[in-house]
Design a protein around this ligand. Structure first.
Ligand SMILES: NC(=O)c1ccc[n+]([C@@H]2O[C@H](COP(=O)([O-])OP(=O)(O)OC[C@H]3O[C@@H](n4cnc5c(N)ncnc54)[C@H](O)[C@@H]3O)[C@@H](O)[C@H]2O)c1
Ligand SMILES: O=C(O)C[C@H](O)C(=O)O
Length: 329
């Protein structure tokens, strides 16, 4: 194999998402079946031994595309020459923790990681933040990386997008492959807004096919928005394989493009489109081509959608104010 390997850094590599993610990256599902990869695993010192165990298993798969694995607890080593960074490791909310405590604890993770990306990563770095609160963690990392183009910092709402596709397929009986142009707007949180008004099911407008406003408002939207909590309740742990799958989808689409006539959802820095204040990392409908993305423009936003987008954006603004107040951005 002559092609230079792509350096893929994964933080929180010894966690449950990491375990579901690394084997798929190494097998070629992230970047393509002909793209060699070198993995850089970042963990805290207590996680290093488990990460070494995972690396042993990766070796034991003898993946032809896997050109090397480095394991470290130093962000400057982990992000050195990184082309793709998956920021998965985060501080989960624990009992008695206030929202401000959570943001502060995550600031202690994402600020130094952003700085290391700024100082060490390759010029074409693409960053996906998975660790929660993903949108605001992405903002913290981005603020610490002033030399990296702001649009390279993205947050994951692809899991929400995939959840919404699946719910629509179950409701209408249409295969997932026939559902296009769905959008997740706003924050990866319970305020997110899954929007079907521009979506198509087998070429027809999804809202018209469903023709059930009460189901949309009272079942579909809350089911998608609260799915993460429902998984935690059922599994006793947050989603892992589906989150890893969505991370693969997010980067794969960003690098390889959206299908003609379709779009996806990504948490990206707002350029002010659709009234979302500039700079907030909010989910939008986007098309991807040639390794870049663009917000889909010109969609009519009805009153029902407007109020829900505004509510989620308001939450993002509050999170931004909170991290600003903590001096994290
Ligand atoms: N955006 C989404 O759709 C989505 C979906 C599911 C989960 N998540 C979030 O993803 C995160 C990870 O989930 P998980 O289930 O893998 O958690 P986990 O607790 O199993 O693993 C997290 C790992 O991160 C490591 N870690 C902590 N601080 C670190 C640091 N500073 N540097 C490197 N590694 C560090 C921990 O040691 C641990 O191994 C959580 O914040 C979770 O809420 C997001
Ligand atoms: O980890 C969580 O809080 C839930 C996760 O973000 C999810 O959407 O599954």
């Amino acid at each position: 194999m002559t092609r230079t390997p792509v350096n893929v850094t994964v933080t929180g590599a010894a966690g449950q998402i990491g375990y579901a993610l690394l084997f798929r990256i190494a097998s070629g599902q992230l970047l393509g079946a002909d793209v060699p990869v070198r993995l850089r695993l970042l963990e805290i010192p207590q996680g290093l031994k488990a990460a070494e165990g995972t690396a042993m298993e990766l070796d034991d798969c003898a993946f032809p595309l896997l050109q090397g694995i480095d394991i470290t607890d130093d962000p400057n080593v982990a992000f050195d020459g990184a082309n793709v960074a998956l920021l998965v490791g985060a501080r989960p909310r624990t009992k008695g923790m206030e929202r401000g405590d959570l943001l502060e604890a995550n600031g202690g993770i994402f600020k130094p990681q952003g700085k290391a990306i700024n100082d060490r990563a390759a010029d074409d770095i693409k960053v996906l933040v998975v660790g929660n609160p993903a949108n605001t963690n992405a903002l913290i990392a981005q603020a610490a990386a002033p030399d990296v183009p702001a649009e390279r910092f993205t947050a994951m709402t692809r899991l929400d997008h995939n959840r919404a596709l699946s719910q629509l397929a179950a409701k209408t009986g249409a295969p997932v492959s026939e559902i296009k142009r769905l959008t997740i707007w706003g924050n990866h949180s319970a305020t997110q807004y899954p929007d079907v008004f521009h979506a198509e099911i087998a070429g027809k407008n999804a809202a018209e096919v469903i023709d059930d406003q009460a189901w949309l408002a009272d079942t579909f939207i809350p089911t998608v928005a609260k799915r993460g909590a429902a998984i935690i309740e059922a599994r006793g742990a947050s989603s892992a394989a589906s989150a890893a799958n969505a991370a693969i989808d997010h980067i794969h689409t960003w690098v390889n493009g959206t299908a003609e006539g379709d779009w996806t959802s990504m948490g990206i820095p707002s350029d002010g489109s659709y009234g979302v204040p500039e700079g907030l990392i909010s989910s939008f409908p986007v098309t991807c081509k040639g390794g870049t993305y663009e917000i889909v423009q010109g969609l009519d936003v009805n009153e029902f959608s407007r109020s829900r987008i505004d509510a989620s954006v308001k939450e993002l603004e509050e999170e931004r104010e909170a991290v600003r107040g903590l001096g994290l951005i």
